[in-house]
Design a protein around this ligand. Structure first.
Ligand code: URA
Length: 234
């Protein structure tokens, strides 16, 4: 067992290192710790693969009842990603997330903090409309959360916004309450990467509970502040 020195490096604790049963190689070159930024082609093909994985899901009541997949909308290069619950009727008809009443409110919420919808990326926890617009069941949330994690890894946003309890549960589990968790910056780790995350109320909930809009407004201002602080372009 020998310590090998490249470029004649002076190794102070050579004796100590030599006492370990491992062969070390010392080099002047820095370790490459960061992955290369994925190319647009990589992102597009990863998204395509993910979409076909979801399309091929078996024994899923959501898929059986839906007209089509509702995968995503917006800019896949964006630093901001929004996750909702699942498609409603209009989304199922058009194959695009957040195009019904909740979508109209979402657009207003975004423009209130100077964000153009087309500059961010939007998806849902489940990609097929639940029958009668019911909330996805825990097993469904769990099953689709695998796809959601992969989706987040591909988009690799700087800020992740989880709208509503379904999106919160998909990444943080069901033991927490959205009323307590919303409005705070949290971290979620996916494939060894930490994502800065904000849980906030779902626009459909705000349409039913207008008195909660004040909390949503506070969250939106916090999101805007973070975007400015991180100098993100949206
Ligand atoms: N509600 C959601 O959570 N997602 C949509 O796409 C539409 C309504």
């Amino acid at each position: 067992m020998v310590v090998k020195e490249k470029n004649q490096n002076y190794i102070m604790n050579k004796d100590l290192i030599n006492s370990f049963e491992i062969d070390y190689i010392f080099d002047n070159k820095p370790i490459k710790r960061y992955k290369n930024k994925p190319t647009i082609e990589n992102i597009t093909s990863n998204l395509k693969n993910l979409k076909s994985k979801i399309l091929n899901i078996n024994n899923c009541d959501l898929k059986k009842n839906a007209k089509q997949i509702v995968f995503s909308d917006g800019d896949f290069n964006s630093s901001v990603m929004i996750v909702g619950e699942g498609p409603g009727q209009k989304e199922d008809d058009l194959g695009k997330p957040f195009v019904g009443d909740a979508g109209q409110l979402l657009n207003k919420m975004l423009s209130a903090i100077n964000i153009k919808r087309e500059n961010i990326y939007i998806t849902n926890v489940v990609n097929f409309r639940p029958p009668n617009n019911r909330k996805p069941e825990p097993a469904e949330i769990n099953r689709y959360s695998e796809f959601l994690r992969e989706h987040i890894s591909i988009i690799d946003p700087k800020i992740l916004i989880l709208m509503g309890s379904t999106a919160m549960e998909a990444l943080f589990g069901s033991k927490i309450k959205i009323s307590k968790e919303r409005g705070m910056w949290k971290e979620v780790i996916i494939s060894n990467k930490t994502y800065l995350t904000m849980i906030t109320f779902h626009p459909a909930y705000l349409l039913r509970q207008a008195d909660q809009k004040k909390y949503s407004w506070a969250d939106l201002k916090e999101i805007r502040k973070k975007i400015d602080r991180l100098k993100l372009k949206v």
